[in-house]
Every structure is written in structure tokens, then in C-alpha cells.
Design a protein around this ligand. Structure first.
Ligand SMILES: Cc1cc2nc3c(=O)[nH]c(=O)nc-3n(C[C@H](O)[C@H](O)[C@H](O)COP(=O)(O)O)c2cc1C
Length: 387
């Protein structure tokens, strides 16, 4: 077992182990990747305020997200094709999250189906849906999520059309991969991944193939999804989807205070300040830079969370200090999953929790509820440098 001390260690192993096509699929942003890069580099600009001689005993990271107790306020974000990063990846990630005590979100575009994940965990998980223009599909998939016991719905609102990722086009990204010569040459060096993948039947989009007419050929799936995204989305349609679910709703993909206010008045239980990990509007500001003004704009009834660029517990601390009640992590858990399966996701969570807890202590805080603006030092102009 390799010694893992940070998320970067997991990323190095992940890169060696997983086919280039799927590494690139995760480790990329749209167009120039400016927003993808700045999601992380903007965290690095924020500094922590070191405090001394504060009683650090009895500290902990426990908190709550939309009323659910969590070991730390860090949820696993919905990540499509997780089951291509590691065989049965969604099941492995869901189990790791459950044992650790943090929420897991299953993407509509997952490899393992809702029912399959539900059969392998004991507690409810969250389900993510896109804003598709197919009411019949929406109703049926929400019925399935309800029947599987999902306790909250994450509606992704920043994907009416797809941002372009150059690498995916160049790699001919598909699930499962098509066996072109470059893919075969790459797979020859990724045999550990290949052996595991040959041992599972879960290699297609489990929530869709077999559940939608005309999708017998999984390779036509991307065309189907692209066709179904709703370019005419509006707030009435979002509210209709919220009503169709009827339970707790998290609106994910909000990056503007005006949209955040609308989400709050629509009755969202939480919003996620997010630019989809830099995969949609390249040139948008980083989530951490937008977080404080959005948190200020949203009233008490709606929790404000963020995602994008979190690679450490220090990043989590900074987000909480700047107004987030919780965060989601995408790539940080994918690195762990691709590197070491379920144990890798657990390791990623352990690393982040340890870093969060230690950094809190050195900042003079014992509980996440005590974190605030007083814990961080932000460069002049960082928060209001753009208008
Ligand atoms: C490989 C990959 C696939 C993703 N798939 C989805 C998805 O299916 N649904 C969704 O709402 N967001 C999706 N996202 C966005 C994540 O939920 C999250 O917003 C983003 O990863 C956060 O940034 P981070 O990876 O820097 O933590 C995906 C992100 C990545 C990296």
C-alpha cells in the first residue's frame, strides 16, 4: 500500500492507472481552461490567519447539510462516468462516503444505476438530474430515485448546452471506449484497470440504457443527451421539476448573486456556487471568488455551498470561512477512486478531514460553526476586483 499523505499523491497514482481518455475527461476544463485553473489557483491566493494560545481540545468537524448530520461538511459531487474511472465506481464511492459519514450524489450520467447503488448501501444518497426537456423521462427517473430512497435531489442548472472540452473530442471519449489503435496502446499499460473492468457488467450508462426507448446503442447516448438538454430552460421549468420531486432540493451551478436570489425565492433548500468545475463557461470567475457576494445575497432559508478547485482541507476551511455552509468535491474523490478504488475515496476523505481539523486548530477554532471571515486573509481587490 503506497503512503498517501495528500490528494496530489492520489492524483499521481490515478494518472498511472486509468486510461488517458478518462484521466483527461476528468482533468480538463472547457476551451482555454482558465476557469478550471483559477478554481484552484484562487484558493491559493487566500491565506489563513494563524492564532495561538487558544484551547484546542474537543475539536471536531461534524456539521449538518440540509439537516443531515455529516462527519464534515463535504459532500461527493455528482460525477458522470464515475464507473469508468474504476469498475463499479459509483458503488465504491457511495460505500466509502456512507462509511465515512458524508453525502454521496449519484449523477444521472452514472455507469451504475440508481437501483444498483441503492442495493449496495444502507443509507439514502442524493440523486442529481439535469434540466432535460423530456417530462416523461424526468418523471420516471425521479420515481426511480424516490423508490430507491434518495433523500435529496440535486438539480444541475448550469448545463443547458455543453461546454466544449478539446481533449474529449481529440480522444474520441466514449463509455465504454472504442478500441482504436491509440486506445489499445494506452490500455496495454493500464492492465490493472482493464482486468477489473472485464470483471464487471457495468460498462454502460446504467440510468439510461434500457430505460429510454431508442437507446439500445449506447454510443448514440451523447447525441441523445445533447438533444434532451433544454435550451429554453426558465425558472418556471426549474420550479416544475422541484415540485415533481416534492422533497429536498439543491440547485447546483449558480455563479451570480441575482440567480442565487431567484433560487432562494424558488424555495431551494441549498444552492451550490459552482461553474461545473470549469467545464462550462470558460472565462467565468472561480467559485471561491464569487462565493462571498452570493452568500451575502442569500437569506437564511437556503444554505449556500460551493464547489470547484477543492483539493485540501485548507481549501474547505477557506470556503467555510468565506460563507459556505458546506462544499462538494469532484476531482478530489475521483483521483482517489481511480488510484485505489473504494479505499482511495476513503483515503481522500481522511486526508481532507485531517487537514481541515488540523488547520482549524492552528487557526484557533474548534468547531466548523465557529469559522468565519476572521479566519482568512484575502488580498486587496480579490473580492471586488471585477465589476
Ligand atoms: C469528470 C467530471 C464529471 C462531471 N459530471 C457531472 C455530472 O454528471 N453532473 C453534474 O451536475 N456535475 C458534474 N460534474 C461537476 C461536478 O459535480 C462538480 O461541480 C465539479 O467537479 C467541482 O469541481 P472540482 O472537480 O474541482 O471539485 C463533473 C465534473 C467532473 C470533473
Amino acid at each position: 500500500m503506497p503512503v498517501i499523505t495528500c490528494i496530489e499523491d492520489l492524483k499521481r497514482i490515478y494518472r498511472r492507472r486509468v486510461p488517458k481518455m478518462f484521466y483527461d475527461y476528468a482533468e480538463t476544463g472547457s476551451w482555454t481552461e482558465q476557469t478550471f485553473r483559477e478554481n484552484s489557483s484562487d484558493f491559493a491566493q487566500i491565506r489563513l490567519r494563524q492564532r495561538i494560545a487558544v484551547d484546542m481540545t474537543g475539536r471536531g468537524t461534524r456539521s449538518a447539510m440540509i439537516g443531515q448530520d455529516v462527519a464534515m461538511p463535504v459532500a461527493l459531487a455528482p460525477v458522470g462516468l464515475t464507473g469508468m474511472q474504476s469498475a463499479d465506481g459509483e458503488i465504491k464511492a457511495a460505500r466509502a462516503a456512507e462509511k465515512f459519514g458524508v453525502p454521496f450524489t449519484l449523477s444521472t450520467m452514472s455507469i451504475c444505476s440508481i437501483e444498483d447503488v441503492a442495493a449496495h448501501v444502507t443509507k439514502p444518497f442524493w440523486f442529481q438530474i439535469y434540466t432535460l426537456n423530456d417530462d416523461d423521462f424526468n418523471r420516471r427517473i425521479l420515481d426511480r430515485a424516490r423508490a430507491a430512497g434518495c433523500s435529496a435531489l440535486v438539480i444541475t442548472v448550469d448545463l443547458q448546452i455543453l461546454g466544449q472540452r478539446h481533449k474529449d473530442i481529440k480522444n474520441g471519449m466514449s463509455a465504454p471506449p472504442k478500441f482504436t489503435l491509440p486506445v489499445l496502446m494506452d490500455l496495454a499499460t493500464k492492465w490493472g484497470w482493464g482486468i477489473e473492468m472485464l470483471q464487471t457488467k457495468r460498462r454502460f450508462f446504467g440510468n439510461i440504457v434500457g430505460h429510454v426507448e431508442g437507446i439500445s446503442d449506447p454510443s448514440s447516448l451523447s447525441a441523445w443527451t445533447a438533444e434532451k438538454f433544454d435550451p429554453a430552460l426558465n425558472w418556471d421549468k426549474i420550479k416544475k421539476l422541484m415540485d415533481m420531486w416534492g422533497g429536498k432540493v439543491i440547485l447546483k451551478g449558480i455563479l451570480d448573486p441575482e440567480d442565487a436570489e431567484k433560487a432562494a425565492s424558488a424555495g431551494a433548500d441549498a444552492i451550490v456556487v459552482s461553474n461545473h468545475g470549469g467545464r462550462q463557461l470558460d472565462g467565468a470567475l472561480s467559485s471561491i471568488r464569487m462565493l462571498p457576494q452570493i452568500a451575502a445575497a442569500v437569506g437564511g432559508g437556503t444554505e449556500v455551498w460551493m464547489d470547484g478547485g477543492i483539493r485540501s482541507g485548507q481549501d474547505v476551511l477557506k470556503a467555510l470561512a468565506l460563507g459556505a455552509k458546506g462544499v462538494m468535491i469532484g476531482r478530489a474523490f475521483v483521483y482517489g477512486l481511480g488510484a485505489m478504488g473504494e479505499a482511495g475515496v476513503t483515503r481522500a476523505l481522511e486526508v481532507i478531514q485531517k487537514e481541515l481539523e488540523t488547520s482549524m486548530a492552528l487557526s484557533g477554532e474548534t468547531q466548523v460553526s465557529g469559522l468565519g471571515r476572521h479566519n482568512v486573509l484575502v488580498p486587496n481587490g480579490f473580492l471586488d476586483g471585477y465589476s
